[in-house]
Design a binder for this molecule. Structure first.
Ligand SMILES: Nc1nc2c(ncn2[C@@H]2O[C@H](COP(=O)(O)OP(=O)(O)OP(=O)(O)O)[C@@H](O)[C@H]2O)c(=O)[nH]1
Length: 307
């Protein structure tokens, strides 16, 4: 499988990434003294804003001074976890902070105990990582907010366009099915008109949570328009997508959204399309939209499959 481009973000997908095995110190990487290595790291770590790239570089370069089997990094608040190399029995872990800001935890591992001298060297080398790491985390947050719908926390339209094209390419290359559900709240204008926009906003948030709770973590949910969501189901056939669509419809119907102790009646209409051989992303989208239009016309609160 082709890895996703490093500057795109998979919404609601598993964040664990194993970034390959570092192997032994390469022939081109001659050993360096602590000072030389610090200088080298200061130069190299500034060359990227990608967290994965920075940690790969750091892991590779540190091995010019200290033999390592693995390096792991985690930042639970950002749902981030990266693993480089292979697990080993001894570890040295560090909480990384900068100006009171928690930047995550870094763990060095190998099968031989670390000496006091090496532990001192780690501390010195970690000093070169703090600013590049902080900048990479800021960059990641900026990227995410550019791709996320602030109200519902789902992917926004830009993220959807990137993901749809990528999933269509992958499905074609791997001859995997790909299905798309377009989902629209029914009579949403009436909810806004009756209860006000803030209640409408709460209803949209509740629907997004209900949708996510019914999906696998590789499925992707995007807010496509005002009260319209798009769900990308990779490796999912027409039959599978129909089952998911019905499950989503029921989940929204049974949502317990209450306003001033009166239950809000929420329902959704859905259009479903499955990628045809040679079909473009635009055409897939159009067919799902056409099916949604039919579901609305035929009475709402239903799923329609595109032909
Ligand atoms: N509260 C809130 N309302 C929104 C938002 N975005 C769009 N809307 C409202 O969603 C409503 C959509 O109305 P219509 O397109 O007529 O659709 P509908 O009332 O759901 O009717 P059908 O789709 O035909 O069932 C409009 O009143 C928009 O103002 C939002 O972010 N928050």
């Amino acid at each position: 499988m082709v890895p996703p481009k490093s500057n795109t973000i998979d919404f609601d997908a598993a964040k664990l990434q194993r970034l390959g095995f570092a192997g032994k110190r390469g022939p081109s990487l001659r050993p360096l003294s602590l000072n030389q290595l610090r200088q080298q790291l200061n130069l190299q770590l500034q060359t990227s804003l990608e967290l994965e790239r920075i940690l790969e570089l750091f892991f590779r370069e540190v091995q010019r001074l200290i033999p390592l089997a693995a390096l792991s990094y985690q930042q639970p608040a950002s749902d981030l976890r990266l693993e480089l190399g292979e697990r080993a029995s001894h570890s040295a872990s560090y909480h990384l902070n900068h100006d009171g800001e928690y930047l995550g935890e870094l763990i060095f591992r190998r099968n031989l105990r670390f000496s006091d001298e090496e532990l001192g060297q780690f501390e010195s080398l970690l000093g070169t990582l703090v600013f590049p790491l902080r900048n990479a985390l800021l960059y990641r947050t900026a990227l995410q907010s550019a791709l996320r719908d602030p109200l519902t926390g789902t992917g926004n339209r830009i993220a959807m366009e990137q993901a749809l094209q990528r999933e269509v390419d992958l499905a074609r290359r791997n001859l995997n099915p790909l299905s798309l559900l377009m989902l629209d709240l029914d009579h949403f204008k009436q909810i806004n008109d009756t209860h006000g926009h803030s209640v409408g906003d709460e209803a949209l948030k509740a629907v997004a949570v209900a949708l996510k709770s019914q999906l696998r973590n590789i499925d992707m949910v995007f807010r496509f328009g005002g009260e319209e969501f798009l769900i990308l189901l990779s490796s999912t056939s027409r039959e599978g997508a129909a089952m998911v669509g019905e499950r989503l419809r029921h989940a929204v119907l049974s949502l317990q959204c209450a306003v001033q102790e009166r239950r809000l009646e929420l329902s959704v209409s859905l259009g479903c399309a499955t990628l045809l051989p040679g079909e473009s992303a635009d055409s897939l989208l159009r067919r799902a939209d056409g099916a949604l239009y039919v579901a609305k016309r035929e009475g709402r609160n239903r799923l329609t499959m595109a032909g």
